[in-house]
Ligand binder design. Structure first.
Ligand SMILES: *[C@@H]1O[C@H](CO)[C@@H](O)[C@H](O)[C@H]1NC(C)=O
Ligand SMILES: *[C@@H]1O[C@H](CO)[C@@H](O)[C@H](O)[C@H]1NC(C)=O
Ligand SMILES: *[C@@H]1O[C@H](CO)[C@@H](O)[C@H](O)[C@H]1NC(C)=O
Length: 464
């Protein structure tokens, strides 16, 4: 209906007559063509996953535990938008194996995880619940696993500095423990907003609002110009900022605001946030034809994490277009152009490159870029499924709520496990690396007229 109308308008306005050199042959107007592109990339992506093979650990992507959650979230969306059930069993098996004590905080990895790592698995489970992804008998429901993440994270709400907020890392020996960052706070904000809408339980919605309101008191969410700083430090009471601009930070806050907008039946507070952040998103990441991870694509220095970020923005913009339908006219054409761009980077038989705005293959090929490409292809399917929407308990979702999930006596108050020497060494290395990268980000930002004070403040913060 509305989406379809836009599809034709867009095709007329921007696509027709453009010479497309698609490595993957993608016709954005043709459902079968998009499905074919998506299944080609999904197959390639899954050829790099080994958790389902004998002797391997289900759900585990070596050296990057959170990536498993991202991959499954992407596969659940792929199944929903295309109907292809090929990877459903692998997805269910991997997610359930990594569930920990109903909280996606499994012992094997929990001592080096950040709040954001755990949160992403919670969002994957939330996605499964909203889309009625099939459950396994005798196992916790998808939504209860999302509730388990919420219930373990909320006790970590930290008021020792900055008047609140979630720290980036969970343990004192981890580099980043004294930072508060956009994705940990924006991601939990989105999770809380979605749980609120799904269960109609006020507790979640009020935590969502609290996370949003707190973020606005810091550079993590600046409501005067609607920009999102990646991180800020507790040493400076969250006044300093590492201003790298990343797509997924915007996606997290926009997506969460869209759920709140929907729950409040069009609340103005949330509309203002969506509109402001969308405007910045278009300016920053869509200055070219297709979505671009500007920070690292120009220099081709994106790491494996960063290559996944565009996938989040793709899928969260798409849910925004559905639950805040007035935004669809802005979102859909940009998703479609991005899908066409991604297809240019996906040469047959190999993983995709990252520069969706460039016609020739950019020379990179990673499983993480496959995830982003798969996400934007799935998103481009939304125009063909006009009754699609994230479900709630009141509108047909079947995943059963368990507000007690993941609660543990010893989680309140939060007790870190004893620190080992190995932990310390690892943490020091992580801190040095992180601070170096963070400073590099800061330098890019320097505006001689504006940042003399805050830049110096941030610099001394880096020595802590
Ligand atoms: C934890 O590690 C053990 C030993 O490698 C493995 O068998 C188990 O599957 C792992 N559990 C998770 C949740 O990854
Ligand atoms: C909330 O989402 C539904 C789709 O699930 C949509 O039909 C409705 O218009 C949305 N509400 C608002 C206020 O936009
Ligand atoms: C609402 O959620 C909170 C937080 O998990 C929980 O303590 C409470 O029991 C829930 N209420 C209902 C009616 O489910």
């Amino acid at each position: 209906m509305q989406l379809r109308k836009w599809l034709s308008a867009v095709l007329a306005a921007s696509l027709v007559g453009k010479g497309r050199v698609s490595a993957l042959d993608l016709d954005i107007e043709d459902e079968a063509s998009i499905k074919n592109a998506a299944s080609t990339v999904a197959r390639k992506m899954m050829s790099e996953y080994h958790g389902n093979e004998p002797g391997q650990v289900p759900g585990l992507i070596p050296d990057s535990w959170w990536e498993g959650g991202v991959m499954f979230m992407t596969l659940i969306q792929y199944w929903y938008w295309t109907g292809d059930t090929t990877y459903n069993d692998i997805t269910r098996e991997g997610m359930l194996h990594q569930q920990g004590q109903n909280d996606f905080f499994p012992n094997n990895y929990s001592h080096f995880l950040g709040n954001d790592d755990q949160m992403f698995w919670g969002l994957a489970a939330m996605t499964a619940a909203e889309l009625n992804f099939p459950e396994e008998e005798g196992q916790p429901s998808w939504v209860s696993l999302a509730q388990g993440v919420f219930n373990t994270q909320i006790p970590r709400w930290d008021e020792t500095a900055c008047g609140g907020g979630m720290r980036w890392q969970i343990w004192p020996f981890e580099g980043g423990y004294t930072m508060k960052n956009a994705i940990s706070n924006g991601g939990l904000f989105q999770l809380a907003a979605r749980l609120g809408r799904y269960t109609d339980n006020e507790t979640y919605a009020s935590w969502a609002e609290k996370l949003w309101d707190w973020s606005i008191t810091t550079p993590l969410l600046k409501s005067d110009d609607w920009t999102i700083a990646d991180s800020t430090t507790m040493e400076h009471d969250c006044k300093d900022h590492g201003d790298q601009q990343w797509t997924y930070n915007y996606g997290a806050y926009i997506g969460g605001a869209a759920y709140m907008y929907n729950v409040t039946n069009g609340g103005q507070k949330w509309k203002a946030g969506i509109d402001g952040l969308l405007a910045t998103t278009w300016k920053t990441f869509f200055a070219k034809e297709a979505m671009s991870e500007i920070w690292c694509e120009q220099t081709m220095t994106c790491d494996r994490n960063e290559d996944m970020f565009k996938g989040f923005l793709s899928s969260w913009l798409t849910s925004t277009a559905i639950i805040a339908p007035y935004t669809a006219s802005e979102i859909v054409p940009r998703i479609q152009r991005s899908a066409l761009g991604a297809a240019q980077q996906c040469l047959n038989g190999q993983s995709c490159g990252r520069r969706w705005h460039q016609e020739e293959w950019d020379g990179s090929a990673t499983m993480q870029s496959d995830m982003s490409a798969l996400s934007v292809f799935s998103s481009a399917m939304a125009v063909f499924k006009t009754d699609a929407k994230p479900l709630t308990l009141a509108t047909g979702a079947t995943s059963k709520s368990n507000p007690e999930a993941g609660r543990k006596e010893d989680a309140l108050p939060f007790k870190p496990r004893p620190v080992t020497t190995g932990d310390r060494v690892g943490a020091v290395i992580a801190t040095v690396l992180f601070v170096a990268l963070w400073m590099a980000g800061l330098i890019w930002l320097i505006d001689p007229n504006e940042c003399i004070r805050s830049c110096f403040a941030a610099e001394s913060g880096a020595n802590v």
